[in-house]
Design a protein around this ligand. Structure first.
Ligand SMILES: [Zn+2]
Length: 504
């Protein structure tokens, strides 16, 4: 179709805007880092997911095939894996221990709940579904195999606390973020794990030994859980092959997360470039301030779009989407009430234009097409803007010009013009997703298999049977066995419920 068009995007790796050149012509295979499901994702996270959605739509608009993978992190993301957060707890465990977390029976429930919320919000914002949405907990075996391979080829080593990637073994470490000086690197990954046996402070964890962790798997290094960075290397290569065309995420992921992904992946594949193009979305502020729970300006999708009767603000989700894409992804975005209101008006005008066109199609007035060529030119201009490093402000401006053009015809829009207008609305919606929601909401995720759950469930069934048979000695013995496993049993009217006790 539009194969003569060039899709250009800024590449963090080369620091230039350059053409996206898929390995297989006209088939874009890309990976975008998804959220850690320990809480509701905020609108800043969604701005980054929106960038990936726009990459997908723009590629499809020029007739490319796409394979789009975005993950769910449901284990292993420690609070100190990011620089801003001072402690080294697992984010999921911390969430379970919080007031909000008390309503979950166990950590698997918490992960599933927030993952389902994420998928709902995703759909609410009219983000297209990825081809695969892998979860870290379902790829632990592959992560273990990757760590074994890194150890075998001299890129990783074991200590009494875990397995680490040896940064010294990968001289190109730092090529994405520009953090090349040892001091810089040490500072930025400081104390991700305090382990005196680490050979180099820059080394980062691939596997953490921890028999008390709420989510643990058996590995060649004993019970424990994988590090955060290895999951994205493993899941992206599992579904996209050893070399990706493009890898996207929020700017906060450039270092350490993406830098570590490159080191691991290229060490696994023998230095084949892991991702050709790296795309990062700048941060979002609210009314000029950093979003934080403490400042009370922490905005989630649902805090805005739920009806007021359910504690939200009743904002039209498409107006929220339009607001988020009204700023260029490569500039910090200031989310303000004023911008939101302006976009609520734009969405209303869009709907008016659609209603106007629908009415004109029913009326069927004769006459020549007076809109087609002008709207086609506006669509091409909007598409060109998207192909030019996702210039969404320009694409939106061209689109609003089209809306004005349609509404300018008032009551005398003839059928031929209305047909062109309808075609333009459909194409524009496919490109930007701001007129009408697409598709059905995806089904909620099936429960994840907890390696411990099977054992616990079997013991509980046996305990119920023992109680029924009035064999209280056996029932008590089973309870003790469960306690020894760190399981707390709560007898409820619907039967026994259990959770893994949190050891502080
Ligand atoms: Zn990632």
């Amino acid at each position: 179709m539009n194969s003569e068009k060039t899709f250009r995007l800024y590449n963090t790796l080369t620091k230039t805007v350059e053409p996206v050149i898929p390995n297989e012509p006209e088939h874009l295979r890309f990976y975008s880092c998804g959220p850690t499901v320990y809480s509701y994702a905020h609108i800043g996270n969604f701005r980054s997911f929106l960038t990936s959605d726009l990459i997908l739509r723009t590629a499809q608009a020029i007739g490319w095939r796409t394979t789009y993978v975005t993950n769910i992190t449901d284990v292993g993301h420690l609070t100190e894996d990011d620089l801003s957060d001072p402690s080294g707890e697992d984010r999921m465990v911390k969430a379970l221990r919080s007031k909000e977390g008390r309503r979950f029976a166990n950590i698997w429930d918490l992960a599933r709940y927030y993952a389902n919320v994420l998928i709902e919000d995703w759909h609410t914002l009219n983000l297209r579904e990825p081809d695969v949405r892998p979860r870290a907990t379902e790829h632990v075996r592959q992560q273990i195999l990757a760590v074994e391979k890194l150890m075998a080829n001299g890129h990783a080593y074991e200590t009494s606390q875990g397995v680490y990637f040896s940064v010294e073994s990968f001289p190109e470490y730092g090529k994405l973020s520009g953090n090349r000086e040892a001091a810089e690197l040490e500072q930025t990954v400081r104390d991700v794990v305090v382990d005196p046996e680490k050979r180099d402070p820059r080394d980062f964890a691939l596997w953490k030994k921890d028999e008390k962790h709420l989510m643990q798997w058996y590995s060649p290094w004993g019970w424990g859980f994988p590090g955060w960075h290895i999951e994205c290397s493993v899941m992206s290569m599992e579904y996209l092959g050893e070399q990706l065309d493009l890898h996207a995420g929020g700017e906060d992921l450039i270092f350490p997360h993406h830098e570590c992904e490159i080191a691991q992946s290229e060490s696994l594949t023998g230095k084949k470039p892991f991702a050709r193009h790296w795309v990062h979305t700048r941060f979002l502020q609210v009314e000029g301030e950093k979003m934080s729970k403490r400042l009370g300006n922490f905005l989630t999708v649902r805090s805005l779009v739920l009806p007021e009767s359910e504690g939200g603000k009743g904002v039209d989700p498409l107006a929220l989407r339009m607001t988020l894409l009204s700023g260029y992804y490569r500039k910090p975005f200031n989310f303000t009430l004023k911008t939101l209101k302006a976009n609520i008006r734009h969405v209303t005008r869009f709907r008016e234009a659609a209603a106007h066109v629908a009415a004109a199609l029913v009326a069927g007035a004769p006459g020549e097409d007076r809109l087609g060529p002008r709207l086609d030119a506006l669509y091409e201009a909007a598409l060109d803007a998207m192909l030019d490093d996702l210039n969404t402000p320009e694409a939106l401006a061209k689109t609003l010009e089209g809306v004005r053009l349609i509404l300018g015809f008032k009551a005398n829009l003839n059928e031929a013009s209305a047909r062109s207008a309808q075609a333009w609305l459909d194409r524009t919606n496919a490109l930007l997703g701001i007129l009408a929601p697409e598709g059905e909401a995806p089904a909620p995720l099936a429960p994840t298999a907890d390696p411990l759950a099977e054992k616990v469930e079997a013991l509980l069934t046996e305990r119920q049977a023992a109680r029924k048979a009035r064999d209280f000695a056996r029932a008590d013995a089973i309870r003790e066995e469960l306690t020894a496993l760190g399981i707390e049993v709560m007898d409820t009217p619907e039967g026994p419920k259990w959770r893994k006790m949190i050891r502080v």
